[in-house]
Design a protein around this ligand. Structure first.
Ligand code: ATP
Ligand code: MG
Length: 562
């Protein structure tokens, strides 16, 4: 997407193929599709495929279909269908009237299977799945024909209709394509086309007890919809000859072209619905939309913008070679976006009280603060100032070194947009903990500078205690503490969950202006990071903010130090 950059960058290999097909007249227009299986929520990997399929369609004034590949009823549900539709829309794409379900083609797919049987190109096989595996052979060993391979067309038609009628047991037989048990491509060694599954389907109910396999369904669905370019990830490269075999054998009126590209892999996470489902089901996260999950819904709740995800996908690009993208690249995409768009406010994660002893009691004033220091167009707001303030506990240090330009006894610091303030005394409780700082301000320094021009290096954020609003702030870190959580063959990926991925801070303080925030508003809490209201847990009793991302990449710094 990111239409601005499109013209400057050379076309990726898929866009080049499409451009060539249009200019050669092979196609007048193109049709693409995004074909999720509704067996989980979409993740950041799917975003890459969505941006590619819907993106190339948009660039060519063409259509991209949303098609649910719902041929595996045991694992699929309409809850997932709705979540997927919602996510695609939120990312900024629209399928218009082109919403399809593979299950809508069950009748047609069945008829195509019957046609293959009649052509002598498919047969019902009674080998168990284990036997089938044995007969299939390996990369170095050819396969062996099934003893059922040469039964008559009539017998196959009869058996297939018994399968369909529910007269045969699950697992007792399957319909297989009759291709070549000696093919170097194992997927062409008589692949299964239909299996018996006496399972309720979320759309077709109990109409069917046989369900078509992916390789049979996908190419025919593409063909039925007139897809021109069927874009999928590299692991389907070996499936392409089967895709083509089905369409060639049935001599279909159109033959979409399957093109594979490298999937998106990001370190410090897992992108597999099956694994994400385990995290959800076993309670390692609060749900599919847990803000630590790299699902689209998790990223949305965390505070990522659709634009940042689109520009991330665009930046990653489309290639033919598998690679790993650093999580920091995704985090930078949201930083880059929010750095420009997010208004600045004050939020204090760990507050400590400051008393300005020479400021009149019962008085307060409003000071003007900029909403974005680099963008005057974003305007200003008024923040209250008074005798009792909060500052960040970490902005005070006992016996601080010379280079600590914040509060320590005897040191003068600038309160941003307010006054120069000198810390005179730290008050401790009986445990020796500092609970309050007694300070004096220079009334002549309103706005933050002294009339005598004396230099004050440190500038910190603050809030007036009476008006500050209490909030809970959730700090998120990466869900896994190692770069490749699913690379270890001996260990389970869940062994690498980062125990510190969620830190809940209560008693934080934020500006009163944030009482009007809604979850789509994103803010920079100055010096702290980017935050937004949580869309779920926040209520009239409790304000809950999510940290979207830190201001800087703390992981890169750690890595650099080795
Ligand atoms: P998962 O392994 O997470 O279940 P999947 O490929 O089985 O992923 P589908 O719902 O079948 O999930 O995927 C829909 C589309 O998204 C497919 O075309 C698939 O190639 C693409 N896709 C899935 N994961 C990625 C990824 N990591 N990068 C790019 N495209 C992806
Ligand atoms: Mg899949």
């Amino acid at each position: 997407m990111n239409e601005e950059n499109k013209t400057k960058r050379p076309l990726d290999f898929i866009r080049q193929i499409i451009a060539d097909d249009l200019s050669s007249g092979k196609h007048d227009t193109i049709v693409t599709r995004f074909p999720p299986e509704p067996n989980g929520f979409l993740h950041i990997g799917h975003a890459k495929s969505i941006c590619l399929n819907f993106g190339v369609a948009r660039e060519n004034n063409a259509c991209c279909h949303l098609r649910f590949d719902d041929t595996n009823p045991g694992k699929e549900s309409s809850e997932y269908v709705e979540a997927i539709k919602n996510d695609v829309h939120w990312l900024g794409y629209d399928w218009g009237e082109h919403l399809y379900y593979a299950s809508d083609y069950f009748d047609k797919l069945h008829d195509f299977a019957v046609e293959l049987i009649k052509m002598g190109k498919a047969y019902v096989c009674h080998l168990s799945s284990e036997q089938m595996r044995e007969y299939r052979g390996t990369l170095t060993e050819t396969g062996k024909d099934s003893p059922y391979r040469n039964r008559s067309v009539e017998e196959n038609l009869e058996l297939f209709s018994q399968m369909k009628a529910g007269e045969l047991e699950e697992g007792s037989c399957a319909l297989r394509a009759k291709i070549d048990m000696n093919s170097p491509n194992i997927l062409l060694r008589d692949p299964v086309l239909y299996r018996i599954m006496k399972t309720h389907h979320h759309r077709t109910g109990d109409t069917w007890c046989i369900y078509p396999m992916y390789d049979f369904t996908h190419c025919l669905s593409d063909m039925l919809e007139g897809i021109t370019h069927s874009l999928c990830t590299l692991e389907f490269e070996n499936n392409r000859p089967l895709y083509d075999w089905v369409l060639d054998t049935l001599a279909t009126p159109c033959h979409p072209r399957q093109i594979e590209f490298a999937r998106l892999n990001i370190n410090f996470t897992v992108t597999s619905k099956r694994k994400l489902l385990q995290l959800v089901n076993e309670g390692h996260v609060s749900g599919w939309d847990d803000p630590r999950m790299l699902t689209i819904s998790g990223l949305r709740r965390r505070g990522y913008t659709p634009k940042s995800i689109r520009s991330f996908c665009e930046g990653v690009g489309i290639g033919k070679k598998e690679s790993w993208i650093d999580m920091g690249v995704l985090e930078n995409s949201i930083r880059d976006d929010l750095n420009v768009t997010a208004p600045r406010v004050f939020g204090i994660l760990d507050p400590i009280k400051v008393i300005i002893t020479n400021y009149p009691e019962n008085e307060s004033e409003m000071l003007e603060a900029q909403n974005h220091p680099q963008n005057a167009d974003m305007g200003t707001r008024l923040v209250p100032f008074s005798r009792e303030l909060f500052i960040e506990r970490s902005d005070y240090m006992e016996n601080a070194p010379k280079k600590f330009f914040r509060f320590t006894e005897g040191r003068e610091v600038r309160l941003r947009y307010a006054y120069l303030v000198t810390c005179n005394k730290a008050i401790k409780n009986s445990e020796g903990e500092v609970v309050e700082l007694h300070c004096t301000y220079d009334p002549e320094s309103r706005g933050g500078n002294a009339p005598d021009g004396r230099k004050v290096k440190g500038t910190i954020h603050w809030l007036s205690a009476a008006e500050a609003v209490t909030a809970e702030i959730r700090l998120y870190d990466r869900l896994f503490s190692v770069e490749y959580p699913d690379a270890d063959k001996e260990k389970n990926f869940k062994d690498f969950l980062n125990p510190e991925s969620l830190q809940v801070l209560s008693g934080c303080k934020v500006e009163p202006s944030l009482l009007n925030a809604n979850p789509d508003d994103r803010y920079q809490f100055e010096r702290q990071g980017y935050f937004c209201l949580d869309s779920k847990d926040n209520n009239s009793e409790k304000l809950v903010f999510n940290r979207i991302v830190t201001l800087r990449d703390s992981w890169a710094k750690l890595a650099g130090k080795g």
